[in-house]
Design a protein around this ligand. Structure first.
Ligand code: AHR
Length: 494
């Protein structure tokens, strides 16, 4: 029997709620169709944002939402997205499919979306093709309370009070689509641009510098050395790709080895968080600067028949397990990692919601977010155990068969577990050590009938949450049986 021992008297840090953040870019059908349909749409909406998606997103308790990109952020000019919609300037979305962007979803619509789902806004500014003045004026437009031409323009456009905006990114992927810069150059620009990101009134900005691509530790080193004092957060992007960038692999058609390779690549996030944190520790031993993983998730080949520039992919139990692996790693590194944003929210990459016309479905990743939301703002608990091992044959790297993470909030302990094995169930002895309280427990289980199980528009209820009924009290605690390729969260209350 495998084993997980939770030390209920030993906390290892606070799990920042923002680790469960999301990302929505002007890309494919994420903003348009997925979120925004416009006020005149036959699809029921609130101020242009579709009601079915809003209802689904509200249930996830999304703490923070990043917008407008991504690569799009460094070619976005905010003035094009304000004022009467019919007279907003059009542009070509050169990064994503070369389609016409009508700018109907802009600053006001984004803040309304955040308000409707209860998320904090996280806006990414344009360094790659925008000026210091443009960035500075956007902040004035959004957050200045007094009399000024820009605050008055905001009022003229229907918003009297300034919005509260904490999270602001100074550029995106400036080593690539955000300007192809060298770290030294970007570090200088970061220092310059952030100088004019003013804090108006009681609006306190949390400034996030554009960070490294995956294992580019030198980028982190240079940014920390030259600009740590001017930033609150430094970002990191890493995508789980089972194949190569040219041939990433199918979202739905994969064999046992490709399944295992995907999970191994998701675990690579552990090494990235450890090593980027180690670099940051050298310049910031107090851990003031947060590591902000503002893009993560599975990236597969676009669904056959869809526009390759729209990055639309299906989502299976494999994605739910990749999400669970990430959540456990974010908890493990919660002393340094303060925010993470899955890419992306709707219809793009590892989405939690897919839409087709007026229909919507919830993906397995959605349900993973649903059962892990209880860990937001909780105290992480130390844990050890025997987690077994799983490989998909000789050429596959080994990984633990089972993973566990635990936290406590308001006297309630939650333990989340996953079983990565595609065929074997996992029998786990779960012990809550360090307390002699008797706990009542109940759990929720996410399991499909195979690793390929997905929700489709013809069968939207194939992967759903169910009560976890395989928990039995035993002498040392509880015996839990997890089906193959499954995820569960168990609640222990006194
Ligand atoms: O999420 C898709 C793209 O991936 C983002 O626009 C970019 O930042 C990253 O390369």
């Amino acid at each position: 029997m495998l084993k997980a021992v939770v030390h209920t008297d030993w906390t290892t840090g606070t799990i920042n709620r923002n680790l469960y953040g999301h990302f929505a870019e002007h890309l494919g059908r994420c903003i348009y169709e997925g979120l925004w349909v416009g006020e005149d749409s036959p699809i029921p909406n609130t101020d242009g944002i579709r009601n079915d998606v809003l209802e689904a997103l509200r249930k996830l308790h999304i703490p923070v939402l990043r917008w407008p990109g991504g690569c799009f952020a460094d070619e976005y000019h905010w003035r094009d997205g304000i004022g009467p919609r019919e007279s907003r300037k059009e542009m070509i979305n050169t990064h994503w499919g070369g389609v016409v962007e009508n700018n109907h979803f802009g600053t006001h619509e984004f803040f309304r979306l955040c308000e409707l789902i209860g998320a904090e806004p996280y806006i990414c500014g344009n360094v790659g093709s925008g000026t210091v003045q443009e960035m500075s004026e956007w902040l004035e437009y959004m957050t200045f309370d007094g009399e000024s031409p820009l605050a008055n323009l905001r009022r003229q456009n229907g918003r009297d009070k300034p919005w509260k905006l904490a999270y602001f990114g100074v550029g995106n992927e400036n080593w690539g689509c955000g300007g192809n810069m060298l770290p030294e150059h970007y570090a200088d620009l970061y220092r310059q641009y952030q100088t004019y990101c003013r804090q108006y009134g009681d609006n306190k900005l949390y400034k996030i510098a554009g960070g490294a691509n995956s294992d580019d530790y030198r980028w982190t080193e240079v940014l920390m050395q030259k600009a740590a004092g001017q930033m609150d957060g430094l970002s990191l992007h890493y995508y789980t790709v089972p194949g190569t960038w040219q041939e990433k692999g199918s979202a739905t058609e994969f064999g046992a080895e490709e399944y295992a390779r995907t999970l191994v690549r998701a675990f690579h996030m552990d090494e990235l968080l450890t090593r980027h944190s180690t670099v940051m520790d050298r310049y910031d031993p107090q851990k003031r600067v947060g590591l902000i993983v503002d893009e993560w998730g599975d990236w597969f080949d676009a669904e056959p028949g869809s526009n390759p520039g729209f990055l639309f992919q299906q989502n299976t139990m494999r994605d739910a397990l990749v999400a669970a692996i990430h959540f456990h790693l974010f908890h493990k590194h919660c002393d340094r990692v303060r925010m993470a944003n899955i890419a992306q929210m709707v219809n793009v990459l590892q989405a939690v919601v897919l839409t087709e016309g007026d229909r919507l479905l919830l993906t397995p990743t959605y349900h993973a977010f649903q059962i892990y939301a209880v860990h937001q703002d909780a105290e992480a608990l130390a844990l050890h155990g025997e987690f077994g091992s799983y490989t998909a044959g000789q050429d596959s790297a080994a990984m633990p068969q089972v993973g566990a993470t635990a936290s406590r909030k308001d006297g309630v302990i939650h333990v989340s577990l996953y079983n990565l094995h595609p065929e074997k169930p996992a029998d786990i002895a779960l012990e809550l050590r360090g307390s002699n309280v008797r706990y009542e427990c109940s759990g929720q289980l996410l399991a499909g009938d195979s690793i390929h199980a997905a929700n489709t528009f013809s069968d939207p209820g194939r992967v759903v949450l169910k009560p976890l009924d395989s928990i039995e009290p035993i002498e040392s605690g509880f015996a839990v049986k997890l089906p193959p390729a499954s995820v569960a969260t168990i609640r222990f209350a006194m």
